[in-house]
Design a protein around this ligand. Structure first.
Ligand code: GLC
Length: 539
């Protein structure tokens, strides 16, 4: 299996996440849209090395939504938000993407809908409404307080009181995001139909939002307190003050995931990706018992580590050792919820190293739009803040910083829009943009292009086995191999020059350096890497 050349697209391919609001605006309202994505498909892949060379696009939610959480509050699961286009534009996007060999992955948000979804509007109408139990309603405790101690990830309790019907409803995010009751068979059936709807339209896969939350404890018990918690946090701070034991990762969630899989498997070659953050032994269960679960439970581990060769290697090796044979690895270094990769690592040089690592490890990489330019966290003035956690919990919690408009060129608004963008364009756009970086042979963008196109042609990289080597201080060095093809990847995390030594290897040739300034023969038994330099060596 490990050397199998007949891999599925989601195994050999590279996924690129687009945050539709911020990619390209064609209507002049300051918000990106589907025609904008269609316009930029050739940038993503035109079949040649002049384009980026990705294989699939994952779109953050494009459904009708009041945008309380920027689309993660869905008011209709089977339509397109007029802000972005309509179903006909979506069909055109699928056709145009497929014509270029690009797959389309939709965000699927099954844990909660918008409070403006017709189901919830009905559900809150009365206690005996047929849709009442489509959501999670409970009586107050005798003292009138919420049914349990759970908190919302965006601050405050996870329960909101409904005066009209005298009960609380559950929401682990905003009160505008009431949670669907996945123990209710009709909810399950209706939500499965949504997947069918989009697969019939040609959608190739789904990224399932907060998948481990779908089933909660049947009795909705209080989460136990975390004895080591920071006492300044509010008592219902869900990840700090509590052990999240009862609000997520319940065994029965795997039944639902198996149902998703059975449904996807009725269609040809569709892919299920899940968003979840759990300890490795709990996380790994999301692949299913014999591979009947998610194809790719997102692996966010590398984003939480100190950027240091041994820590990163340990995480990769633990994953490799833990994965059962049917499970395919994957790595994520950035998304719409985290600080920008280049800002997190603190330098463009380290971001280049990260790019080489992400695109040469064994497993499916997911890239976040703009990381291919080395985009950094935007600076958002207080009056321009948009993200609810930023507005409620303080600006350091705002995810706006990683959602600023894509930087296409040095024209006003970075070529993103003719109008004032919904979030300010990052200050560096005049020097950091697609046009400038396309013309610069050693730019970050050209590094990504080189790596992506090289990877595509290298069975060792997209499908081969992985073997770590002890080869240099604060260096992460590994071999990737498929059949006779062998590639050595050597990544120097250190601020200083390092010598890498892989004994027993005859001759090698550096084909890509992260500095994009050398292609030369080297002796693997001893060669130098400059500070923060990574290389791919053909053996
Ligand atoms: C996921 C999304 C995040 C959203 C939350 C609630 O974590 O990635 O952006 O706010 O779910 O839907």
């Amino acid at each position: 299996m490990k050397n199998d050349q007949h891999l599925r697209w989601w195994q050999r391919g590279v996924i690129y996440q687009i945050y539709p609001r911020s990619f390209k605006d064609t209507t002049g309202n300051g918000v990106g849209d589907l025609p904008g994505i269609i316009e930029k498909l050739d940038y993503l892949s035109d079949g040649t090395g002049n384009s980026l060379g990705i294989d699939a696009i994952w779109l953050s939610p494009i459904y009708p939504s009041p945008m309380a959480d920027f689309g993660y509050d869905v008011a209709d699961y089977c339509d397109v938000n007029p802000l972005f286009g309509d179903l006909a534009t979506f069909d055109q996007l699928v056709a145009e993407a497929h014509r270029r060999g690009i797959r389309i992955i939709l965000d699927y948000v099954p844990n909660h809908s918008s409070d403006q979804h017709p189901w919830f509007i009905e559900s809150r109408r009365s206690r005996d409404n047929p849709r009442r139990d489509w959501y999670i309603w409970r009586d107050p405790r005798p003292d009138g307080s919420p049914p349990n101690n759970w908190g919302s990830a965006f601050g405050g309790p996870a329960w909101t009181w409904d005066e009209a019907t005298g009960q609380y409803y559950l929401h682990q995010f905003l009160k505008e995001q009431p949670e669907l009751n996945w123990r209710q068979p009709e909810v399950r059936a209706a939500m499965m139909d949504m997947l069918r709807f989009w697969m019939e339209r040609g959608v190739d896969g789904f990224r399932i939002d907060v998948v481990s939350l779908l089933i909660k404890d049947a009795e909705l018990r209080d989460n136990p307190p975390n004895p080591n918690a920071d006492p300044t946090l509010p008592p219902n701070d869900i990840s700090g003050r509590q052990w999240p034991v009862y609000n997520r990762d319940q065994d029965q969630v795997h039944e639902i995931i198996r149902d998703f899989r059975r449904l996807l498997d009725e269609y040809d070659d569709r892919c299920a990706i899940g968003e979840l953050s759990l300890e490795l032994p709990r996380w790994i269960r999301y692949y299913g018992q014999n591979g009947d679960g998610l194809h790719l439970p997102f692996n966010f581990r590398l984003m939480g580590l100190p950027w240091q060769a041994q820590a990163v290697r340990r995480s990769v090796d633990e994953l490799e050792a833990a994965l059962p044979p049917f499970a395919w690895p994957n790595y994520v270094l950035g998304n719409h919820d985290r600080a920008r990769l280049a800002s997190r690592l603190g330098s463009q040089a380290q971001a280049r190293l990260a790019a080489m690592m992400l695109l040469t490890l064994r497993g499916t990489p997911t890239l976040y739009y703009g990381d291919e330019l080395g985009m950094e966290n935007g600076v958002i003035p207080p009056e321009k803040l948009q993200d609810p956690p930023g507005l409620r919990l303080g600006k350091e919690h705002s995810r706006d910083v990683c959602r600023t408009p894509m930087q296409w060129d040095d024209s006003p608004n970075a070529g993103f829009s003719t109008a004032e963008p919904w979030l300010p364009v990052s200050g560096d756009y005049a020097t950091r943009n697609v046009t400038i970086q396309s013309a610069d042979p050693t730019s970050m963008l050209n590094l990504y292009r080189r790596l992506l196109w090289y990877r595509r042609g290298s069975p060792a990289l997209f499908g081969g086995c992985y073997q770590p080597l002890d080869a240099g201080d604060n260096c992460f060095v590994y071999l990737r191999a498929a059949g006779d093809e062998r590639r050595l990847v050597a990544l120097n995390f250190a601020d200083g020059q390092r010598r890498v030594s892989v004994p027993g290897e005859g001759a090698g040739r550096i084909v890509i350096s992260t500095h994009l300034d050398r292609e030369e023969s080297v002796s693997p038994s001893g060669f130098e890497l400059r500070p923060h330099e990574g290389v791919i060596v053909e053996l």
